[in-house]
Design a protein around this ligand. Structure first.
Ligand SMILES: [Zn+2]
Length: 237
């Protein structure tokens, strides 16, 4: 009997022999003193857009909640099960994070589903449909826009949903209060999987732009990986 799939055990071994060995003291200190991350990231479940990988974060640095399409629901204390709201409450009220980043990404399956108004639910309970209804009004207006290509509609909704989630964050009274007091800053980000481009939202205008990061495009890629420049060319073609 296999307790866990072999590829997971191989990855675990790599972790213990690599990162854990190099950072043992850090892990022990985090265990002893508890976590105090400065940043919460709300990201998609998508396996290609892991925040810890994209931001090069180690243990204890990011408090992450991932859900379908990185959405924040509106504040709705109705006694129901609210996983994302629970994580948010803990991050803000207990950990007192100073930054919350809502990070969307290109080719998001949840966003694609929201734009496909004809699609049948994956199962009768339709959890995805209910969840994506957080952005339903805007999804419907974008889905009906004949002037946009399907790729343009997809990117537009990916970015508008980030702004919607940030607006919903502010519907939580403690988020709004800590932001007003200058103790908390809300950010939007969008990651393009194929080119690794990171776009950040301008808090004033809501526009997305690429932050200036000094990236060495000539850095040698590990065996089997494409250099960043090649990846850009391939995605364009
Ligand atoms: Zn996604």
């Amino acid at each position: 009997m296999t307790l866990l799939p072999d590829h997971l055990l191989a990855g675990y071994r790599q972790f213990v022999e690599g990162r854990y060995l190099a950072e043992t003291q850090r892990y022990r200190a985090l265990a002893r003193d508890g976590q105090s991350p400065e940043t919460m990231v709300i990201a998609c479940c998508d396996s290609r857009a892991a925040p810890e990988t994209i931001f090069g974060a180690g243990a204890g640095e990011l408090f992450v909640v991932r859900n379908v399409a990185n959405l924040v629901p509106p504040y709705h204390p109705d006694g129901d099960f609210h996983g994302t709201s629970a994580a948010l409450e803990f991050a803000v009220q207990a950990l007192r994070v100073r930054h919350i980043v809502v990070m969307g990404h290109g080719r998001c399956g949840g966003i694609k589903a929201a734009l496909d108004t004809e699609a049948a639910p994956l199962s009768p309970g339709d959890f995805i449909g209910k969840w994506m209804s957080i952005v339903e009004p805007v999804a419907r207006s974008i889905a009906g826009n004949e002037l946009m290509t399907s790729a343009e509609r997809q990117t537009a909704l990916e970015r508008i949903s980030i702004r919607t989630s940030i607006a919903n964050l502010r519907s939580f009274p403690y988020v709004a209060a800590r932001e007003a007091a200058g103790d908390l800053t809300l950010h939007g980000a969008w990651f393009d999987i194929s080119t690794a481009e990171l776009w950040a939202m301008d808090a004033e205008t809501g526009d997305f732009q690429r932050p200036l990061v000094d990236v060495d495009e000539g850095a040698s890629a590990p065996d089997g990986a494409e250099a960043p420049g090649e990846a850009v060319l391939q995605s364009a073609g």
